[in-house]
Ligand binder design. Structure first.
Ligand SMILES: CC(C)(COP(=O)(O)OP(=O)(O)OC[C@H]1O[C@@H](n2cnc3c(N)ncnc32)[C@H](O)[C@@H]1OP(=O)(O)O)[C@@H](O)C(=O)NCCC(=O)NCCS
Length: 178
């Protein structure tokens, strides 16, 4: 079945919620579905990018990338990937990878310097994310699983060895998500 990746609109809200309610374990699915819906609404500057994957005319996957800001860096652009989910009956068909690659391609074209993700390194390293690239960047909240904090540099922004504190979009300002 062919898969199409497109920008999401507010009409996709219920489908996006359904993706995450079915993709994530019950203990976290409500929280993630809520986050996905909130990010779809959130007016950030620069803009939050939300993509959906459609197969057979149905939304079967979703990914969001929202901006993060660094305390001391004016002309630096950072984004964080999350959430990402694919409906279980469509797993292992390359849809999750397609969503990640498509989003990262768009961010790279926008000149974004660094993309972050908080997730399983086993999955994200295949795209070029690494724990090492994230070490100088302090996440907005204390992490329950610090080994999941990763980054990928898309465009170098000069050397700076100082630790950098990151802030995130309002939808992500919930310690339960970290
Ligand atoms: C993770 C997820 C988005 C992958 O979607 P998908 O469409 O199945 O991904 P793809 O088909 O592009 O890639 C699947 C590959 O990733 C692997 N994979 C999936 N989840 C993984 C994980 N947690 N750790 C390691 N590898 C993982 C699969 O085994 C598969 O490997 P293969 O290519 O060698 O067969 C999907 O499994 C999902 O929605 N999971 C529940 C929600 C979730 O965990 N989201 C990510 C939060 S960090």
């Amino acid at each position: 079945m062919s898969v199409r990746i497109r920008l999401a609109t507010s009409l996709d809200r219920d489908d996006i919620r359904d993706v995450h309610l079915s993709a994530f374990p019950e203990c976290e699915s409500q929280l993630v579905a809520e986050l996905a819906a909130n990010l779809l609404n959130e007016d950030t500057d620069p803009e939050t990018i939300t993509l959906v994957a459609e197969a057979g005319g149905q939304v079967v996957g979703h990914i969001a990338f929202s901006p993060v800001t660094a305390d001391s860096r004016n002309r630096w652009l950072g984004y964080i990937l999350g959430p990402l989910g694919v409906k279980p009956e469509h797993h292992k068909a390359g849809i999750g990878s397609k969503l990640v690659k498509s989003g990262i391609g768009q961010l790279s074209e926008k000149g974004v310097n660094v993309v972050f993700v908080y997730g399983d390194p086993e999955f994200y390293r295949r795209f070029g994310f690494s724990v090492e690239a994230a070490t100088r960047f302090l996440p907005p909240y204390e992490l329950k699983y610090p080994f999941g904090w990763q980054a990928m540099t898309l465009h170098e922004s000069g050397t700076n060895e100082r630790a950098v504190q990151l802030s995130c979009a309002a939808s992500l300002r919930n310690p339960a998500l970290w």
